[in-house]
Design a protein around this ligand. Structure first.
Ligand code: F6P
Length: 536
């Protein structure tokens, strides 16, 4: 296959980028009164405004041609046909099937019966736990659920449980432990009662070092309690869960054909279902399904995930953006950037194509961010006057009216407008004169107040933060990642780099205290310092 950057469609985009060079977003708006209407899209309750991106309808047309040239449609067909598009692990990537109502097949076998069976088991368990029917081995009803998992077995349900805190059952505490640092486990269980706590060991492989360490810590903390009353497992490796001591009837399956970071819709979502109830969980699935149906049917130019993917690729590969800031203007969406970090960076932080060639262009951005308006008082300064191009996704649930909520939403819109518009030197000077400065003082200070603006952003607006809108939002980002992976030609579904790091840790651990082994000089020096401290 022709390397992406050598295709005529790419060359056309590069020429178009050069023709647009030097244009300010303010000029784009001045030139087109219909810009918002032209460059905003809706799906269900989500409105995505791309008009503050540094592009035109012509740019989008050229990007769509790139997607067509890379046979995005064929790739999506293979994905939804359950082909092993995760070619390095010989697996399908059928996360869509987890929220579908129509039958999908993986490896020639229908998956819907398994999906429905797992969902009804989740309903039974979440119901029994929430109603107090599920009792600890001493007979007391469970009042706390603690999920032990990491990465895709933690971030999705953790993010969503916080996001949907308003829907949580106040009688049930739901918490998450991911880190192998024993401090996280200790802090999480400090005020919990072992007799009334249920652990969910969530691990697709049931081999992950951090999760197994936390599962062992939980077993020790529970003392003599019967594991059958205090442990559930979600895994694709039920034999290992049983070997750990969790009976088969307490194990929920996680299918082979779903990747960890795409799995919050599976039984990995059980802690979330315990927190918000299975009806609300199914609403989340319905929101995702609505986005799936739009994604699989809308023409590219009006397809929200496709356009979002193309806009991201434009920023990364044609405008040179290295990062993507995601700023949710909702305290409860504070974990969204962390969740998206795994989704985007573990999926598309790749450099080799599936054809074993160098990808030849930049891939996944460094994704970062935190809840607004808190970030305004920390890092927004760099958006205004720093030297970097920093695309931003503003995620804004409008919420119920009320002065504070209105102020939050106003802040979001003000930030996206201000980083775009900027402030000219003349405006800065005039502002200083109005504030009583002399002409000379104003001239000296104005360069420090001026802001170039022109920072591109997308605003994702929704009426409220509810299970359905959250489902649509997360599915939107999933599809965006898949589309970008297809265009770059990388495998969005493996993570061999992470495996390399895990292997290094496994090798280093037994040698840490002995000092044996061949290490680079830096690692050897650090190990020597650690041994000296431990001895002292
Ligand atoms: O961090 C690497 C990773 O393999 C992720 O892809 C995965 O979500 C996480 O570890 C946890 O894996 P498991 O669910 O098998 O414990």
């Amino acid at each position: 296959m022709t390397p992406l950057a050598q295709t005529p469609q790419w060359q056309a985009l590069a020429a178009h980028r050069d023709a647009l060079a030097g244009k300010h977003l303010n000029e784009f708006f001045a030139a087109d009164a219909q810009r918002f209407a032209r460059l905003s899209l809706r799906c269900g309750e989500l409105l995505a405004d791309f008009s503050k991106q540094r592009l035109t309808a012509e740019t989008l047309g050229l990007l769509v041609r790139l997607a067509e040239a890379r046979d995005l449609a064929g790739f999506l067909r293979r994905m939804t046909d359950g082909e092993a598009i995760n070619a390095t692990e010989n697996r399908a990537a059928l996360h869509i099937a987890l929220r579908a109502e129509r039958p999908y097949r993986a490896a020639g076998k229908g998956v819907l019966p398994e999906v429905i069976a797992t969902r009804s088991r989740m309903r039974e368990l979440a119901g029994a736990i929430r109603s107090g029917e599920w009792r600890g081995s001493g007979g007391a009803p469970i009042n706390a659920v603690v999920n032990l998992g990491i990465g895709g077995s933690d971030l999705g349900p953790r993010m969503a449980a916080q996001a949907l805190g308003e829907y949580a059952d106040p009688k049930l505490t739901v918490r998450f432990v991911a880190n192998i640092d024993p401090a996280e486990f200790a802090d999480t269980v400090r005020d919990l009662d072992p007799a009334r706590t249920l652990f969910i060991v969530s691990s697709k492989t049931f081999t992950t070092q951090e999760t197994l360490a936390n599962a062992r810590a939980a077993r020790a903390w529970l003392g003599d309690a019967d594991p059958a009353r205090h442990f559930l497992a979600v895994s694709n490796n039920v034999a290992a869960a049983q070997a750990f001591g969790i009976p088969a009837e307490n194990c929920l399956a996680m299918p082979e054909w779903v990747g960890g970071r795409f799995s919050m819709w599976s039984a990995i979502g059980l802690p979330l279902a315990c927190s918000i109830g299975m009806d609300a969980f199914e609403e989340l699935l319905a929101g995702a399904r609505e986005m799936d149906e739009h994604f699989l049917s809308a023409p590219y130019a009006g397809n929200l995930p496709v356009v979002m993917a193309l806009v991201g690729l434009w920023n990364i590969d044609f405008l040179g953006a290295e990062s993507l800031a995601v700023i949710p203007y909702a305290h409860r969406l504070g974990l969204l950037p962390a969740y998206l970090q795994q989704l985007e960076m573990e999926s598309n932080g790749k450099r080799v194509t599936l054809g074993n060639e160098d990808v030849g262009c930049a891939t996944a951005p460094i994704l970062w961010g935190m809840a607004g308006s808190v970030g305004q008082h920390a890092f927004h300064q760099l958006f205004y006057q720093g030297t970097r191009l920093t695309p931003i996704d503003f995620v804004v649930p409008v919420g119920d009216a009320g002065p504070e909520q209105e102020a939050l939403v106003a802040n979001a819109l003000a930030q996206s407008a201000a980083v775009m518009k900027g402030k000219t030197l003349e405006e800065a000077k005039a502002q200083l004169i109005v504030a009583g400065k002399t002409e000379a003082e104003a001239a000296r200070l104005a360069p420090h107040l001026a802001c170039p603006g022109n920072q591109p952003s997308t605003t994702l607006l929704m009426p409220r933060l509810a299970p359905r809108t959250l489902g649509s939002l997360i599915a939107l980002y999933e599809h965006k990642v898949v589309v970008q992976g297809c265009l770059w030609g990388v495998n969005s579904f493996d993570q061999w780099g992470v495996e390399h790091g895990k292997q290094m840790a496994r090798e280093l651990l037994p040698k840490m205290l002995t000092g044996e082994g061949e290490f680079d000089a830096s690692t050897a020096g650090l190990l020597a310092a650690i041994r000296a401290w431990l001895k002292a």
